[in-house]
Design a protein around this ligand. Structure first.
Ligand code: FES
Length: 121
């Protein structure tokens, strides 16, 4: 299994083109593949912000976070796993309602109508 690791903006060495903006649903998630990793991408259309995290939920190791509900908690953008509702910050990856390990989060950049995710490999 590939290890997922949070990438900070200053660590990015590769901007992977994940797709065209219209390929991503507004106010929800989608999943893209980068090598053998699955990455969940979220578009918060109200404030036009984009986030990305590993698709793998650390609770039961299911690739489902891209199908989770998104929202905010105290101003923190978050995703709730569709299976058992563990909730993760999309800024830090922290589990906001339990003791799961954090998920890896990735920088997202939009240039024109292209969506890029930052990796460090
Ligand atoms: S698998 Fe995600 S909360 Fe259980």
């Amino acid at each position: 299994m590939t290890a997922y690791q949070t990438i900070l903006p200053e660590q990015v060495t590769t901007w992977f083109r994940a797709g065209h903006t219209h390929q991503f649903p507004a106010g929800a998630g989608a999943t893209v593949k980068y090598g053998n990793r699955q990455i969940a991408v979220f578009y918060f259309h109200r404030n036009r912000r984009w986030y990305a995290c590993q698709n793998l939920c650390p609770h039961k190791l299911e690739n489902v976070l891209g199908r989770g509900l998104i929202g905010e908690q105290d101003g923190i953008p978050k995703v709730a796993c569709p299976l058992h509702k563990r909730t993760f910050s999309l800024e830090t990856g922290e589990n906001l309602n339990g003791d799961c390990p954090p998920v890896a989060v990735y920088p997202v950049r939009v240039e024109g109508e292209d969506v890029y995710i930052g990796f460090a490999d």
